[in-house]
Design a protein around this ligand. Structure first.
Ligand code: THU
Length: 129
């Protein structure tokens, strides 16, 4: 699977974003080690704090279908520069290894970083005693 294909999947998922409060639509697509893609969009709520980001929707869909090993996640929004995942999503993604994070926008720009670069010294299962 090419980087551009994963970004396209994230863009398609973005069209389902439910973001009436922020009007900021985000799409994500996560690629499993065995080549499957799960997508997500942000889903907001009238009780704002209960909203969930696109990345976690994609991840939770994959994990709930039995996948725990991931190569990459692509994230897309209509931003001047490639969109960056929020801190909460960085932490949640880090539970499942050091995947590539592809940050993209609708202009076709993207950058790729390791999750460990975006969240050095994450709290991890090794810290839970
Ligand atoms: N959002 C995401 O879906 N992913 C991110 O990494 C950043 C923020 C969503 C949450 C909320 O619905 C909207 O974008 C504005 O913060």
């Amino acid at each position: 699977m090419k980087i551009e294909e994963l970004i396209e999947a994230a863009k398609r998922a973005r069209s389902n974003a439910y973001a009436p409060y922020s009007n900021f639509a985000v799409g994500a697509a996560i690629l499993t080690e065995d080549g499957k893609v799960f997508t997500g969009c942000n889903i907001e709520n009238a009780s704002y704090g209960l909203s969930i980001c696109a990345e976690r929707v994609a991840l939770f869909k994959a994990v709930s279908e039995g996948h725990r090993r991931f190569k990459a996640i692509a994230i897309v929004a209509d931003t001047p520069t490639p969109v960056k995942p929020c801190g909460a999503c960085r932490q949640v993604l880090s539970e499942f290894g050091d995947m590539d994070v592809i940050m993209a926008n609708l202009k076709g720009e993207y950058s790729i970083k390791k999750l460990s670069e975006l969240l050095p010294e994450a709290f991890s299962k090794d810290d839970v005693v």
